[in-house]
Write a protein that binds this ligand. Structure first.
Ligand code: DOR
Ligand code: ZN
Length: 346
């Protein structure tokens, strides 16, 4: 049995950091594990302009613990009204690495999102020209579409036609949850990759309803079937560079999740790598964790791989029941569970 695992420092290619005191609470968890992270722009109000992304980046850097090196990779939030020259400004800033497509109404803070992707065709064309990546929340939002079918319908109705209209556009299909999404990514020659979260590797949708309703397992896209989960595990652990790590760690105060209308999002930044290591070990594929966590994402985004190394050691530790979150608290993924892997602090 492997007792320790040395990896190139990993990056998180999909992360929610929030802002203010909430951000200051969660940022150290991410910065301990990851060298960089693609930071989602779904603040309230959303980060739609280069100037606000640059200011948000400064707030993140200012909130880092003393001596910690961590690079936030910023994104812009696409709206129906995004001006094309905002893409030029984003590119010129040197700190913005993509634009996020939230179909309007799809998830947390997506009300200002895009109502019809064709409305932003000129913006997408400019992104393709300048090499900015499109990060996609891949779910249709029509009332009549079943929540478990929203990703599949998005592929057929939105993503596939969009990629045909913009063959040069680099796309990351974020937090994929279905066998269909895995097959779609595999079917494309290049320019398309996908991130996969720890929760979608470790759990199927039964977990949301095990013995009662469990709001801390509610995220979007929602957990899917066991067949979908096994397809995701197979993709993540196959060494295929089109699949890489993106936690979608999405903290919400406990009372907003344990609520008659609970928010979507699971918080995993406290133990992200350890959780992925469990999934990879269960699949007998620990040797593929480094590519998934530390290499393929950087390669896709055209950024250097880190030279620094981190170490996971086999040591039991219990995830706390909660962490501070500004003036509130968050219930982390795996609260109360004992994990067999621990990231060693240098
Ligand atoms: O579960 C989710 N939470 N999915 C998202 O797409 C957004 C995220 C959040 O910001 O809380
Ligand atoms: Zn997200």
């Amino acid at each position: 049995m492997t007792d320790s695992l040395t990896l190139r420092r990993p990056d998180d290619w999909h992360l929610h950091l929030r802002d203010g005191a909430a951000m200051a609470s969660v940022l150290p968890h991410t910065a301990r594990q990851f060298g960089r992270a693609i930071v989602m722009p779904n603040l309230k109000p959303p980060v739609t302009q280069t100037a606000s992304a640059v200011a948000y980046r400064e707030r993140i850097l200012a909130a880092l613990p003393e001596g910690v090196r961590f690079e936030p990779l910023m994104t812009l939030y696409l709206t129906d009204n995004m001006p094309v020259d905002e893409i030029d400004r984003a590119r010129d800033s040197g700190v913005i690495f993509g634009c996020k497509l939230y179909p309007a109404g799809a998830t947390t803070h997506s009300d200002a999102g895009v109502t019809d992707i064709r409305k932003i065709d000129a913006v997408l064309a400019r992104m393709a020209e300048l090499g900015l990546t499109l990060q996609v929340h891949g779910e249709v939002t029509h009332e009549a579409v079943d929540i478990f079918d929203r990703e599949q319908r998005f592929i057929d109705e939105v993503l596939a036609p969009c990629m045909q209209r913009h063959p040069k556009l680099k796309v990351v299909f974020e937090h994929i949850t279905t066998r269909s999404a895995v097959e779609f990514v595999r079917s494309k020659p290049e320019g398309l990759a996908a991130t996969i979260t720890p929760q979608h590797l470790l759990y199927n949708r039964n977990e949301i309803f095990r013995g009662g309703i469990r709001p801390h397992f509610y995220c979007l896209p929602i957990l899917k079937t066991e067949s979908d989960r096994t397809a995701l595990v197979e993709a993540a652990t196959s060494g295929d560079p089109r699949f890489f790590l993106g936690t979608d760690s999405a903290p919400h105060a406990r009372h907003t999740k344990e609520n008659a209308c609970g928010c979507a999002g699971m918080y995993s930044a406290h133990a992200a790598l350890e959780l992925y290591a469990i999934a990879f070990e269960q699949a007998g594929a620990l040797e593929f964790l480094e590519g998934f966590a530390s290499e393929f994402g950087a390669d896709f985004y055209g950024l250097p791989r880190h030279e620094e190394r981190i170490r996971l050691i086999r040591r039991d530790w219990a995830i706390p029941a909660s962490y501070h979150f500004g003036d509130d608290e968050i219930v982390p993924m795996g609260a109360g569970l004992t994990l067999p892997w621990k990231l060693e602090i240098a």
